[in-house]
Structure formats: structure tokens, C-alpha cells
Design a protein around this ligand. Sequence first.
Ligand code: ATP
Ligand code: MN
Length: 463
Amino acid sequence: MKRTRIAHVLAEGQPGETHQVCGWVRTRRDSKQGFSFIELNDGSSMQGLQIVVDADVPGFEEIHKLITTGASLRLVGKLQESPGKGQRVEMVASEIELYGTADADTYPLQKKRHSFEFLREIAHLRPRTNTFGAITRVRNILSAGIHEFFQTRGFQYIQTPVITTSDCEGAGEMFQVTTLNLERIAQIQTEIDFNQDFFGRKASLTVSGQLEAEIFACAIGECYTFGPTFRAENSNTTRHLAEFWMIEPEMPFYDLNDNMELAEEFIQFLMKAVLEKAPDDMQFFNDRIENTVLETVKQIAETPFERVPYTEAIEILTSSGEKFEYPVKWGNDLQSEHERFLTEKHFKKPIILFDYPRTIKPFYMRCNDDGKTVRAMDVLVPRIGEIIGGSQREERLDVLENRMRECDLNPDDYWWYLDLRRFGTVPHSGFGLGFERIVQLVTGMQNIRDCIPFPRTPKNAAF
Ligand code: ATP
Ligand code: MN
């Protein structure tokens, strides 16, 4: 007999049907009449299946006491209408098999609530909790939604390298990749000769797939990457990971307005996808994690985003009368507190800031005629702040070369990138969406470390 996932039984199972289900015990309650109620969960849905096991089910008596929270079971039984509240059907078992026990004294996930800090220490077990089951399912819906969004719009999915020899963001916050025996070298010489290294030069883990994505955009048209990126920034915040996933669409013949339109449509599409495909999980987040999350996600899905030039945002911030920890000044990057004030308190909806000072943005953004700003755009949303960073790219060869020198980069190192401007250059644009930040947005989770299966942060790469 084939196994049925519990989500399917709960949604479509009819009284009288026989099913086989497998999963982990959440609770067992014994009745005085000699039968037990088992709530079984297999991760396919928030809700578990209620199963009634009579004392005369073959083998039940022997294993009865071993059926504790966390134990794994296989059951076969007939569905019947449930007299209890909260579920449409329940199962009456005719067959039961115990796969594995979970000792009640040592299994860490007992019925009580655990702190997210504690659960991070048992990241191999936390997927079995309601919260992490829901996060995982929502993450999956978002992944599928991302591909659906781009695939239905004719974008090609491309894979860009994880190991790279260029620093796209120019921030120098990269993890080095080497096969050199650094301990030995440290003993015998003072300088490292990277010619001897695996790639014959200094290599790192990528911070962004953008530069390579541009190569493909300027050949096959609209494309996107969706892969891991790495940043060795030593920022212990609730919004930064050392390893995170990024979605980076790149579009030829798009100017900054086209880019902003796409970003807005993309985020709204993802909000609608989770509302439509994970209503139970979303209700759970709203009830148990953050009681504004449903309202926020619905509002983002429906409200047009406000578009505001950076310079205007600075004026709003300086005349707001609000006390900020970090000073607001034209030319400074906005801090999370500034971003959140603008989106949560001032505009009360998502906003797209554009035309940032060139001194705080990377070399590849298109320079405006004012000589001071570049065609950058950041999408800011309530609770998170920046969720997308993007720009129209600089397509003029001479301007780009000058910008590289201005950013202390050697144009010779980027000869292939410059060739895109040398041969058949076109106006083009793109952006990067942090995948875990969007998971954080829709789940209402406080900390981004709980929005990825196995977080990597300073001093932490367990599991
Ligand atoms: P921030 O100012 O928040 O540190 P950034 O400006 O350095 O972000 P970008 O280089 O613009 O980030 O990257 C594009 C997107 O990737 C960001 O808008 C954000 O959603 C996400 N992102 C950037 N850094 C991280 C990180 N360390 N952890 C998780 N997501 C990140
Ligand atoms: Mn950014």
C-alpha cells in the first residue's frame, strides 16, 4: 500500500477510505476505555492527523508505552468523520508499526515551547517543530514562486560561479578560497605566493552573481540567478548572514523605471503566492510569531510602492524630529533605523529609494548627469528595511573605466566585463533580492538566523 502524506489526508481524505500514513508522534493521550489518541505529523502540514488506536490492534499493547513524543510510526487505518473540533477526518487504526523510539527523558523537543536561541543549538531537530516546519514550507513556496515568476515572463535561469576572482560589491568582505597550507607557509615564509595556489591567483567565494549574469543578459536576454552568496561582514545583526541566497535578475534594455516596476511586481507576486498557498502556516505566524504579519503581507501585496529620490528621503528624515542613533546626512548610507522610519512610520508602505550618492554605491551603477548620484534603487519594506538593492548599470565604457579607478579597482582585472561595453553595449538593469530577508518578512521571524535551515554567522558554522 502506498503512503499518503498527511496534508493530503486532511485536505481530501473521505470517510470510509483506507490510508497508510507515516510520521512522528506529537502527542499520545490514553483513554480510560483502553484506546489511545495519537497525533501524528509528517511535516506536510501544520496540522497533524488524529489517529484512534484501539487496544486490540495487533502488536499495540507491546509498543504502547514506547509511543511518546518524537517516536516514529507507520499506521494503516480507515478514515471517519471526526467528532472533535478542528479536524474534518480522523483515522481509526487497524495496523501499527513502531519504527523508532524517542526516549522521553532525553529527547530535547518535548511539548513545551523552546526559545529560538535554544533551537539554534539543536538545528538538526528544529525542523520537527511547528515553527520550523512552517518556515520550511513557506521557504519552499517562495522558491517555487520565484522560478514561476521569472519562467512565465521569459527569463532564463542561469547558474553563476560560487568561486570567483573578482569582488563585485567592491567591499572586500570576501571569504578566501585556498588549497595552500597556510600553517606551513606561516612557519617558513612571510609572504604568500598566490601563483602557487590552486587557481594561480587569489580566489574567493562570490558575494554576487551579477557580473556574470550581465554577460548572459547581454547575449540571451532577460535572465536570473538564484544561488548562495557569501559575505564575511562581521555584523552581528538580526538581518545579516555570512551565507545567504540571492535572486539576481538582469535585464537588457531596461532602464531604472522598468527595473523598479519589475521589482515591485516580483515582491507583490511572492506575497500573493504565500497568502494563497500557505494560509494555515501564515495564520500560525500571525497567531504565534508576529501579530502584524498577515496585515503587512496583504498590504504589500496590494499597495503600490512609493518611489522617493534619496535626496528627498534625507530631507524627510532630517525634518522628521525623530531621534536617530546614527546621524542623517546627505552622502551617508542609510542605516536600518532610517530605512524603517521611512517605510513604517512616514510612508507606511513599501518604498523604493533611488538616485543614491555615487560615493556609497558600487562601480557598476550608472552615473547621473548631476555628477553626484547614480541610478541605484533600494526597496525598503516594514520590519526589515532593505530587501532589494539594484540599479541601472553603467553602459558607457569610458565612464565605467573612470568609475573603477575612482573605486580603486584596476580596469585590467575586469577586462571581460568591460568588453560587454566595448562590443554592442546596451542600456541594462538588474537587482538582488535577499532570499532570507523575504522569508523573514513573510514569517514575521525576528532573526534571520531562523529563516535559513543552517545559519552561518561569525563564530558559528555548526551542522
Ligand atoms: P545591507 O545594507 O542590508 O547590509 P547591502 O546593501 O550590503 O545590504 P546588497 O549588496 O545590495 O546588500 O545585496 C542585495 C540584497 O541582498 C540586499 O538588499 C539584502 O536583501 C540581501 N543581503 C545583503 N547582505 C546580506 C546578508 N549579509 N545576509 C542576508 N541578506 C543579505
Ligand atoms: Mn544594497
